[in-house]
Design a protein around this ligand. Structure first.
Ligand SMILES: C[S@@+](CC[C@H](N)C(=O)[O-])C[C@H]1O[C@@H](n2cnc3c(N)ncnc32)[C@H](O)[C@@H]1O
Length: 293
């Protein structure tokens, strides 16, 4: 019978648990390696090479100096272990010569390829999740949880006061919509990221069996619909559906309306007014507005 310590777990269980614990603690390496690969455009580079590329191929495609090979190898190995890319071919590598190993796209990294199709790439949405303004609040979760403990003791200062409802608010001094409204560059980055996610989701929804839900309705309002990517996709695919986009004035005012009349844009607060319609579309809204972090 396996020996158990005071916690009641066997040595084998504890050894396995220590591996899992390390995986949890180092999980950020995976997401930061992903960020690096997306920023470098590795998936597009592999796609340009016909779906498989050696490290030498990648150095050439990405215009990187040969001296960067060990760094690129480290990033690619981490992502291959995570299933983002597939690693194949000879695995013989030396410090002085390039590896023979080839990297291929998996279903995951295929989503990062921009092949010019309507669906587009999920690269902008992926970069949003790992962007410093959104990562920093998570890095400081303990400070956020403890902020209440310092309430009224005179020690809280600046944005780290106990009143911060979310970790994002504590890090940035305001809620996400206020911050995005004040920072045009961050707002544009956020909206482009959401638009890329929406292009993908709507492509799946309209081409897939879920498309049935759009049949038989004459009007639809995309509540908190951002730049209207989802509503425009529905309006283009179902010409009989009159689509309206509702979002905050800061978002609607910044929309470059193509003026094709495909959808109508309404600026307003969904808590106060929602334009009447047969159907309401809510995409990434409750999650975003409730968590806002
Ligand atoms: C995460 S984004 C989702 C945008 C879009 N549905 C999509 O999936 O691309 C959430 C949206 O909610 C909007 N929003 C937040 N609070 C709102 C409110 N009170 N009234 C209307 N829109 C709001 C934001 O401006 C933002 O465009």
């Amino acid at each position: 019978m396996a020996q158990r310590d005071g916690t009641g777990f066997s040595c084998a269980e504890l050894l396995q648990a220590s591996v899992e614990l390390r995986h949890h603690a180092l999980a950020y390496v995976k997401s930061m390696a992903l960020r690096c690969a997306v920023e470098l455009g590795v998936a597009d580079a592999i796609h340009r090479r016909g779906g498989a590329a050696s490290l030498d191929d990648l150095l050439a495609e990405l215009s990187l100096d040969a001296s960067r090979l060990p760094c690129l190898r480290a990033v690619m190995r981490a992502l291959a272990a995570a299933g983002v890319f597939a690693e194949g071919g000879s695995l013989r590598c030396t410090d002085t010569s390039a590896c023979d190993v080839e990297y291929r796209l998996t279903a995951v990294s295929s989503l990062l390829v921009d092949d010019g199709s309507d669906r587009g790439s999920l690269a902008p949405a992926t970069l949003l999740f790992v962007a410093p303004p959104f990562v920093t609040p998570v890095v400081n979760l303990t400070e956020w949880v403890l902020a209440g403990a310092g309430a009224g003791d005179g020690n809280s200062s600046g944005n780290s006061g106990a009143a911060a409802a979310t970790a994002f608010e504590m890090a940035h001094g305001g809620d996400i919509w206020g911050v995005l409204g004040r920072d045009a560059a961050l707002g544009g980055f956020f909206n482009d990221a959401l638009a890329s996610d929406t292009r993908f989701v709507m492509d799946m929804a309209i081409r897939g069996s879920a498309a049935k839900v759009f049949e038989g309705i004459l009007s639809l309002v995309d509540v908190a619909g951002g730049a209207g990517t989802a509503a425009r996709a529905v309006a283009a695919a179902f010409r009989g559906v009159r689509c309206t986009v509702l979002d905050l004035p800061q978002v609607i005012d910044a929309v470059a309306d193509p003026g094709d009349g495909l959808v109508e844009y309404v600026a307003g607060d969904m808590m106060e007014f929602i334009p009447p319609a047969d159907a309401v579309l809510l995409k990434t809204v409750s999650y975003a507005t409730e968590c806002a972090a």
